[in-house]
Ligand binder design. Sequence first.
Ligand code: ATP
Ligand code: FE
Length: 340
Amino acid sequence: AVILALESSCDDSAAALVTSDRQILAQAVVGQAERHAPFGGVVPEIAARAHVEILPDLVRQVLAEAEIEPGEVDAIAATAGPGLVGGVMVGLLAGKGLALATGKPLVAVNHLEGHALSPRLSDADLDFPYLLLLASGGHCQLLEVKGVDDYRRLATTIDDAAGEAFDKAAKLLGLGYPGGPAIEKLAKEGDPTAVPLPRPLVGSGEPHFSFAGLKSAVQRAVASGEHHPADVAASFQQAVVDCFVDRTRLALEASDAPSLVVAGGVAANQSVRGALEQLATDYGRVFSVPPGWLCTDNAAMIGWAGAERFAAGKVDPLDTPARARWPLDPEGEKVRGAGV
Ligand code: ATP
Ligand code: FE
């Protein structure tokens, strides 16, 4: 099947054409960083309006590039949440319009399921179940991925998300947004042991993540003026990696899933990838991580999740709502507002 996919949950507008046999026929991502830069963060209203401007051209572009007529696609996949709800509505409504116009079914995709299933797009050998570290701009969770639409959450963050921690640390260091790539670049010139920083919850039997205390410590280190920025960046990155490894080790001990996977924007980080791969090896698990471009937001992962859902017969009505909050697991669904 051929899936036309749209992504608009944050500040990246994206469209893609993906097949159920893992071909990416065409894809395009347009970031909005320069539109939000003057405000020091993503402005929801600006993001929503930018998606309106950008998405139609991207849809035309991917169809033209793949030489496919709209009527030739088998389903339309669109992100229906979680995210900035104005932007989600723009992409979802565009998807509904395309579904109506073509008479093809709509597949409403959870953006987090897009991240969670993305390793199966890049790795045809990755079977369910697998243990997933989902580290992104808004989330930091350990999940057992048992199948499409079938998740068990083992851990989440009690305060900041992993990508959020990178973005805040970058801001404190006067680096641009998004902070993750900027920190990674600067960290290459620094000493990861130079600045003593905390590793919240490391060694604790509690399974969760916490990054707020680490951010405060970075703030103090920067304010002290005693450290080279590259050393702060390298030490911060190392602290996050140490937290990932320790928390994921706990999850590995609680799960007999044969594979360990890391996905989400922070999984684009080389140090994170390297450390998690080593951990998987130590625990005798197969390791899989998507290429960097598939870790940060894109529509290919939404198309792939759409293909998996479509194959399972999961299509959605045209009155499907856009959701600001949409946990992957049934437990998260019950606890409103609790670190999901
Ligand atoms: P969510 O998926 O939770 O809704 P999001 O879609 O905004 O959030 P992603 O696009 O998945 O987030 O990831 C973006 C985040 O990843 C940003 O916080 C960014 O700083 C971080 N990030 C991107 N590249 C890197 C990198 N090389 N190293 C560390 N962090 C990175
Ligand atoms: Fe994302």
